[in-house]
Write a protein that binds this ligand. Structure first.
Ligand code: ADP
Ligand code: ASP
Ligand code: MG
Length: 408
């Protein structure tokens, strides 16, 4: 039975040499006595190319056919890695989502895994297969259409397989040494964390740290999967994502996340009465606009301003829906104001639960560089702000310095 899940991201299977390198790492684990499920992403850049091909035919594509196209990148990687393993005398076989099967919801492009059958793969392990190479990011719906799990979804495939097979570890091999205190491509002084809690990782991922897909962290937390993020280019230990009890000391802030392409929408002077917010956010959710921060002013004379944020590429959809709503006379407002030049900066840490002063320190750090805060949102373990996009890099650096994150 498979004890280890080893997931290789796009850069880790970017060319034949890297595929051979992944095969060698997997082989070493089989020599340690482990049967392995390897999960692969498409070769770096491939999903973007496939995406562009679909959009070149029509921006209003059929999501089922979009999935048919973009799922092919992972199929190629799975076949090539299997061949490399066979060449290294490791009994291996490739598996596409439908062959396992990995059953998903029918939300094409952002499907959720509903069930993974272990029988077919297990019976091959019983026959002597040592490695099952699974095409990540994909599954099959109950009406037998190919589905995909959203960008970065191979992480989720890996964690879901770890949970289904009861694997003792799930290693995510990527192009950085682990989870850092900030994106190491933005902050050169960022420090690799040895451990990070599921809760913190969940916030960091959902606030923009794409090193793990958010859904994969949710699943790992729910099923207590031992999740490790590590480099496919060296033998270092990486970062363990684990329970709070396994971490000795909690600084107030563990990391800074950023999300570049945000937008802010304000409805000026909407009626302040029951049902208005429900109508506005109901119509936005029908159009699959992923609303994040929401701020409403105190109301003078029964009318108020309402601001929300969403990804910048959803702004057209949001505007169309809000105009329709206005025409229907259910909700009226003076005007719509868009700000498409914003980004989100966040600080995250479970230590925030017991330490005060984090917000003040964060706001001061930004103020010291003349960075104006447009919207603020908080939870128990995070504070997020929207600021002008041109300040993104400066803002992340300023926060990293203010909380002294380069020192362990
Ligand atoms: P893969 O193709 O292996 O899935 P991704 O590109 O999806 O890799 O994720 C790895 C990238 O995540 C890194 O190259 C890094 O730039 C980015 N990243 C963002 N925030 C962080 C962080 N806090 N720690 C590590 N990497 C981060
Ligand atoms: N290939 C897909 C993507 O680029 C899935 C993944 O790499 O996790 O989003
Ligand atoms: Mg990824």
């Amino acid at each position: 039975m498979p004890q280890l899940i080893m997931k290789f991201g796009g850069t880790s299977v970017a060319d034949i040499d890297r595929i051979k390198n992944a095969a060698a790492r997997i082989k070493a684990e089989t020599e340690n006595g482990h049967d392995v499920i390897a999960v692969v992403s498409a070769m770096a850049g491939r999903t973007n190319e496939l995406n562009a091909s679909v959009e070149a035919i029509s921006p209003f594509f059929d999501a089922r056919e979009y999935d048919t196209v973009v799922a092919t990148g992972e199929i190629v990687s799975a076949g090539l890695l299997t061949l490399a393993l066979q060449e290294a005398n490791v009994p291996a076989r490739s598996w596409q989502g439908w062959q396992i099967p990995i059953l998903t919801s029918a939300v094409h492009g952002a499907a959720q895994i509903l069930n993974i059958s272990t029988d077919a793969i297990n019976s091959k392990f019983n026959e002597g297969m040592r490695v099952a190479v699974v095409a990540g990011f994909q599954g099959v719906t109950s009406d037998k259409r190919v589905s995909t799990l959203g960008r970065g979804g191979s992480d989720t495939s890996a964690v879901a397989l770890a949970a289904a097979f009861g694997a003792k570890r799930c290693d995510i091999f990527t192009d950085v040494d682990g989870v850092f205190t900030a994106d190491p491509r933005l902050v050169t002084k960022a420090r690799k964390l040895d451990r990070v809690t599921y809760e913190e990782m969940l916030e960091l991922s959902s606030l923009g740290a794409k090193v793990l897909q958010t859904r994969s962290v949710e699943l790992a937390m729910r099923h207590k999967v031992r999740l490790r993020v590590r480099s496919s280019f060296n033998e270092t230990n990486g970062t363990l994502v684990c329970d709070e009890e396994e971490i000795m000391e909690n600084k107030a802030v563990s990391g800074v996340a950023h999300s570049r392409d945000e937008a802010k929408v304000t409805l000026l002077s909407v009626a302040d009465r029951p049902g208005i917010a429900a109508a506005i956010f109901g119509t936005l959710s029908e159009a699959s606009v992923t609303v994040d921060m929401i701020v409403q002013n105190i109301s003078a004379s029964g009318r108020t301003d309402l601001t929300f944020s969403c990804p910048v590429n959803q702004i057209k959809r949001a505007e169309k829906k809000l105009r329709e709503l206005e025409k229907g006379q259910d909700v009226n407002f003076d005007s719509l104001v868009f700000d498409t030049e914003v980004c989100k900066l966040s600080v995250v840490g479970i230590g925030m639960r017991s330490q005060s002063g984090v917000a003040a320190k964060m706001f001061q750090a930004l103020a010291d560089y003349g960075i104006n805060i447009k919207v603020i949102a908080t939870s128990e373990i995070k504070i997020s702000v929207l600021v002008e996009r041109k300040f993104m890099e400066l803002g992340v650096q300023a926060l990293h310095d203010a909380f002294d994150l380069h020192h362990g």
